[in-house]
Design a protein around this ligand. Sequence first.
Ligand code: SF4
Length: 229
Amino acid sequence: MLIKGFQKLTLLDYPGKTACTVFTGGCNFRCPFCHNAGLVTKLDSEIIEKSEIFDHLKKRQGILDGIVISGGEPLLQNGIDEFLSKIKELGYEIKLDTNGSFPEKLKNIIDAGLCDYVAVDIKNSKEKYCETVGLENFDVSLIEKTVDILMNGNVDFEFRTTVTKNFHTIEDIEHIGEWIKGVKRYYLQNFVDSGNLIDDSVEGVSKELMCEMLGVVKKYVPTAELRGL
Ligand code: SF4
């Protein structure tokens, strides 16, 4: 496990829970709008020992409800199953943030009861997936498998899309809506410049366009919401 960041308390990242967040290093995508480029590209900076995480979890038993495993892409990590299993032994609920490109690993983790909530980024319409994740080639069927696993399974989950002026049109958002039609939770979130980007030419869209996009997606996902406006 390459752990690059640890936030000891979050009231925002795990819906309805008090939690802490672990950030793993490295990602197989290069989304130009990645809000935490340092986690993806600078793998030689500070590393946090697992013992620090477990010491905190032991001290906060009965105070924190859960832990968010985010990144980077957590499912790239060797030893992720064992890490999650040890967290579970301490009685914590686990939310896993993933880019959805490792459907088999995700399924194994769900089947083993090692996570309670999964948040998957739907980066764009299938047609524009590859360019949106900053790769020359990408097999979008991996994301299709992840979508199917979650929509046909029993674990709680959400899909979300970060909207940028550079990559997302109303038509793209409509295609995403058609793809994930009927999902229980879907959030559109406008891109916000974190100051730590892979490509600093990326911009968000207007509030009006976000509302228009929400209207389009609600034809397919009536419960869809805007997040962070
Ligand atoms: S936004 Fe997520 S999936 Fe994209 S490069 Fe950053 S960590 Fe990876």
